[in-house]
Design a protein around this ligand. Structure first.
Ligand code: HEM
Ligand code: HEM
Length: 186
């Protein structure tokens, strides 16, 4: 699914979404892991989790915009096309990343909302509680959040291995597709 207008690079908006959301997610991952080691109810766990939730819910809000724009704009053309199986594997991996980018914040939301905990957005406002306060539901949300976070971490590791493989072993055009135009050339 490629569109002629886009050349060989993801356009500026797609790269903006990719790098902004990658930064938000990596910081959220780090804060989540760090906070999970702290004693509940103590400082700085509480404050770090407030930032964690704000970052995670920002990802959830940005994702539909990114996904719809991706469907409209398509993906850039290749100078030399990858094999069908390599392209299929990349597409499946990317679709799974998109799915986990929804499921991870949603499970965190259910965990916090059903647990009766706060749902802040950087102290500016609070998100509505759309599920009842229910201990069992909150526990299920936590279990899902924990395991989805592991799955996401593993897939992200594979994504970075694929990037390293394209950059240093195959030395092909793939990494340049998500890089600023002036670095990639053309
Ligand atoms: C991109 C989004 C997110 C990522 C990557 C992420 C990742 C993580 C990770 C890796 C942990 C540590 C899990 C553990 O070892 O127990 C964690 C914990 C946590 N997350 Fe998230 N999360 C995200 C979104 C959210 C959202 C939107 C909320 C709530 C609104 C949330 C609430 C929590 C809470 C409360 C914990 C602490 C778990 C505990 O120790 O009790 N997360 N998150
Ligand atoms: C949390 C972090 C990240 C997430 C969730 C993520 C997710 C994604 C997704 C969903 C795509 C597919 C784009 C599309 O077709 O719509 C993609 C493409 C890409 N990502 Fe990431 N990414 C992350 C971090 C990174 C990092 C750190 C790098 C580089 C070091 C990177 C390099 C790339 C490249 C080069 C592509 C283009 C692949 C292609 O043309 O087929 N990503 N990423």
């Amino acid at each position: 699914m490629s569109r002629s207008g886009q050349g060989f690079h993801y356009d500026r908006l797609q790269r903006g979404f990719h790098w902004l959301m990658a930064a938000l997610i990596v910081i959220a991952l780090g804060l989540g892991i760090y906070a999970a080691w702290q004693v509940p109810g103590t400082s700085p766990r509480r404050e770090l989790l407030d930032i964690h939730k704000s970052l995670g819910l920002t990802v959830l809000l940005l994702l539909p915009l990114r996904f719809v724009y991706r469907l409209v704009a398509g993906e850039p053309a290749y100078r030399s096309a990858p094999s069908r199986s390599a392209h299929l594997a990349a597409t499946l991996a990317h679709l799974t990343l998109y799915a986990l980018m929804v499921l991870l914040p949603v499970s965190g939301y259910v965990y916090s909302a059903a647990g009766g905990y706060g749902l802040p957005w950087f102290g500016v406002f609070s998100f509505p509680r759309l599920v009842p306060v229910d201990k069992a539901l909150s526990q299920a949300g936590y279990g899902a959040h924990y395991w989805i976070a592991w799955g996401f971490g593993i897939l992200l590791g594979l994504h970075l291995l694929a990037v390293a493989w394209h950059a240093w072993i195959r030395r092909d055009e793939v990494v340049g597709r998500m890089w600023p135009r002036r670095v990639a050339g053309g």
